[in-house]
Design a binder for this molecule. Sequence first.
Ligand SMILES: Cc1ncc(COP(=O)(O)O)c(C=O)c1O
Length: 317
Amino acid sequence: MIHDSILDTIGDTPIVRLQRLAPAGITMYVKIEAFNPMSSVKDRLAYAIIRDALDEGELQPGQTVIEATSGNTGISLAMVCAALGHPFVAVMADSFSIERRKLMRALGAKVILTPAAERGSGMVNKAAALAAKHGWFLGRQFENEANPAYHRNTTAAEILRDFAGRRLDYFVSGWGTGGTMTGVGQMLRLARPEVQIIATEPKVAAMLDGEPWSPHKIQGWTPDFVPAVLDREVFHRNVPVDETVSRDCARDLAQKEGIFCGISAGATFAAGLEIAREAEQGSVIMCMLPDTGERYLSTFLFEGINEGSDDEWLAAQ
Ligand SMILES: Cc1ncc(COP(=O)(O)O)c(C=O)c1O
């Protein structure tokens, strides 16, 4: 398959049926966003924001782009900006993984860190201040309508195409900006009203349930505010999940299905499993898996994973 640009390889990610982890009588599918060029769902949002801004004349050729990001958006914007010839600056809280900073810099971006204590809002405010001071284009992923619009036109369209003529009862997604859940949820409600839209978020920051936010380990999910692009009417039910269970679910997907994914993917699958336990026999559930496990080498996803030789195991054989 020959493409004109790396940007043409964004989207059209595979949907895979689970072979071993779905409870008996329930079919579970996962949509694997790690198949995007920078291995996360955020490639879609990055391309959507830049394409829309160029089309609308809000971004000039060669102009610097800046964005507040928990990492994946920054990596995706760094890739899109490199492909289109825009310098890129990411503003990121210093609590997010080292891999993310290095990947952005490897793609030619500059990374400005803000203290974790200032939370998501701290990095959003810093990015806005720098954009105003230097005349840079601010991506505004949490408010930019191009974000859910792109998910309506691509992610949702792919799911509708792939499930045409097939049963689908539940769609499960977490939220960071809310772009994925809003865009896909709105289209499914229109085209497949029988599908239940299931939201999920960390138990310790169950904002959609009206609970207070507290720091959590599911990177990319649930900042300390509910973003403007998140449609609070779109989901039928919210299933908050535990962080350690989420980590273990990501490990299970890797070790029992060969599907290597990040913590938020494990978390989405954890919520899917909760639905599966209550669903009627024959139900079909689809979970979004937002990114790859390789982005979490320095996090608790890899905690306890041995770096040396497995000599003890070998001796016991
Ligand atoms: C790892 C990860 N999972 C999930 C999400 C949520 O996606 P969305 O911004 O479409 O809500 C993001 C981005 O915010 C992310 O980086």
